[in-house]
Write a protein that binds this ligand. Structure first.
Ligand code: NAP
Length: 254
């Protein structure tokens, strides 16, 4: 029996990258996992197939975040699927992983970029949590995927880093608010991780070596490095940790 047997989890942005690894790890620990994504049906199906092959249980939810009605679209699918599969619409674990990035220094920031990043990374996330609180069980878990760009100055992606700073603040305040229900709320902050989000930066071997050198271990992170930390936070073993910012950057810029 895995550490999450009998639990239900929603992982946003689970079709690719870190979200896929988190979903696979939670499913391997026994959770029934809702795999949320925006539009990439092929990648989402691949995640589902991988979980099936591993003997896990999961289902897909397609809902683009950052457009009108997004949370309603996502949550009605989630509740329908959970009710069919478990006879209850209750959720135990919410992993807020989906996000968009955007490289822009202060002089390159536009109102459109600002609005897009804050809408997807911060606004949608807050309203998803608000909706989820109706069905999140007491003793549940909220895990927000932040970024080491909130600890280390990263002016190359100013607004992106700002959205993650807002997420850290949300994490702290909600941890206090939800503690009476035994719900823990934590943020996990990766450094550079091998995903589509930064594939363009890793394309050149010299640039990839430069990114690797940010970590004390001199390598770029792997999605599983993050997924294992999230699985711990999702488990009962982490029950005494809440309101925390967990650096998951392989000792980046120590
Ligand atoms: P990724 O490879 O770009 O994957 C993004 C995922 O989010 C996909 O599943 C995508 O769905 C979904 N998504 C994107 N925009 C969406 C939208 N508007 N509505 C709904 N879903 C959306 O990302 P990643 O690199 O794994 O990053 C995952 C998390 O880690 C993010 O919060 C990111 O900020 C954080 N992070 C990443 C790094 C890094 O180096 N990669 C570093 C620090 C923090 P589709 O497949 O359908 O497009």
């Amino acid at each position: 029996m895995g550490t999450l047997a009998g639990k239900t989890a929603l992982v946003t942005g689970a079709s690719r990258g870190i979200g896929r690894a988190i979903a696979r790890t939670l499913a391997a620990e026994g959770a029934l996992v809702a795999l949320h994504y925006a539009a990439n049906d092929h990648a989402a199906q691949e995640t589902l197939d991988l979980i099936d092959q591993d003997g896990g249980q999961a289902f897909l939810i397609r809902a683009e975040l950052g457009i009108p009605g997004d949370i309603h679209t996502l949550y009605t699918q989630l509740e329908d699927e959970l009710t069919q599969r478990t006879t209850s619409r209750h959720l135990d674990i919410l992993v807020n992983n989906a996000a968009v990035s955007g490289s822009a220094r202060i002089h390159e920031v536009t109102p459109d970029l600002f609005d897009r990043l804050f809408t997807v990374n911060t606004r949608s996330l807050l309203f998803l949590i608000q909706r989820a609180l109706n069905t999140l069980r007491d003793g549940g878990r909220i895990i927000n995927i932040s970024s080491a760009a909130t600890r280390i100055a990263y002016p190359e992606s100013l607004v992106y880093a700002m959205t993650k700073g807002a997420l850290n603040t949300l994490t702290l305040a909600l941890a206090k608010e939800l503690a009476p229900r035994g719900i823990t709320v934590n943020a996990v902050a990766p450094g550079f991780v091998e995903t589509d989000m930064n594939a363009h930066k890793r394309a050149d071997p010299q640039a990839a070596a430069h990114l690797a050198a940010w970590s004390a271990f001199n390598r770029i992170g792997h999605p599983d490095d993050i997924a294992d930390i999230v699985a711990f936070l999702a488990s009962d073993a982490s029950r005494w940790i809440t309101g925390q910012y967990l650096d998951a950057s392989g000792g980046t810029r120590l």
